[in-house]
Design a protein around this ligand. Structure first.
Ligand code: OMP
Length: 248
């Protein structure tokens, strides 16, 4: 795996013991991981320091969405944890995204690298129908995601979270160095009905995503070691032109 194009394994486990045991039992030493709300809200910063000690690059996915002042102060604290990537909801608007970057800059200890800031455009579980009927967004998915991506770039985010289907044209719109991180990844034959805008690791690579996030296709597999290896094989490409920004 090129260091610039991580495959983040989503550690959606109810507690730290289960997460660490999973990694050890399946020989997933030092792989990039994503810690989300389920695990972080149980364990707090302890799980971050445990994973860091074991050498895992970390995407801390808490999807902040609040008034700019609150987000800025929360990001100050998160920056001090030494994670590699954090995120907010782009729907919080430009001022909130700017405030998030300011908080990260202020909170990053001297000599350490500021975490990359991503903004979630539209969740991969959201369908075009939900966008229209429940969220009352009258633009279609393509226009909405494009708008949120441009807004995030203009506000100073390092990239966005989007689906694979949007990664290539976000690069066209926002530049090749604007990062696209794509969850909703499924290995062939898997199906989980809560995700809508899904794709395989191979499709993600072909559409130029900079990083992928994969969870249950590996963690709920009967053979997680093989499932992880399969995802990584599909995703890896030594010939790929890498983003000049580096995640980890
Ligand atoms: O920000 C995220 O990581 C995220 C954004 C998004 O639009 N969709 C999405 O699924 N995610 C996260 O990515 C992971 C996907 O997990 P699986 O559906 O099990 O592969 C979960 O931890 C989600 O919280």
């Amino acid at each position: 795996m090129l260091k610039n194009n991580p495959l983040f394994l989503a550690l959606d486990f109810p507690n730290g013991e289960k997460a660490i045991h999973f990694l050890q039992a399946h020989n997933l030493h030092q792989v990039p991981v994503k810690v989300g709300m389920e695990l972080y809200y149980q364990e707090g910063p302890t799980i971050i320091s445990r994973l860091k000690t074991q050498g895992h690059p970390i995407f801390l996915d808490l999807k902040l969405h609040d008034i700019p002042n609150t987000v800025k102060k929360a990001m100050r604290g998160l920056a001090s944890l030494g994670v590699d990537v954090v995120n907010v909801h782009a729907a919080g608007g430009k001022e909130m995204i700017k405030a998030a970057q300011e908080g990260l800059e202020e909170g990053t200890p001297d000599g350490e690298r500021k975490p990359k800031l991503l903004a979630v455009t539209q969740l991969t579980s959201t369908s075009s129908q939900v966008l229209k009927d429940e969220l009352l967004i009258s633009k279609n998915m393509e226009e909405t995601v494009s708008h949120y991506a441009r807004l995030s770039r203009d506000a100073g985010a390092d990239g966005v979270v989007c689906s694979v289907h949007e990664a290539d044209w976000i690069h066209t719109l926002c530049g090749d160095d604007f990062m696209t991180v794509t969850p909703g990844i499924r290995l062939k034959g898997n199906a989980f009905d809560d995700q809508v805008r899904i794709a395989t690791p191979e499709e993600a690579r072909k559409r130029g995503a900079d990083a992928i996030v994969i969870g249950r296709s590996v963690t709920s597999s009967l053979d997680p070691t093989t499932a992880y290896a399969e995802a990584k094989k599909e995703w890896d490409d030594e010939k790929r032109t890498t983003n000049s920004q580096s995640f980890i």
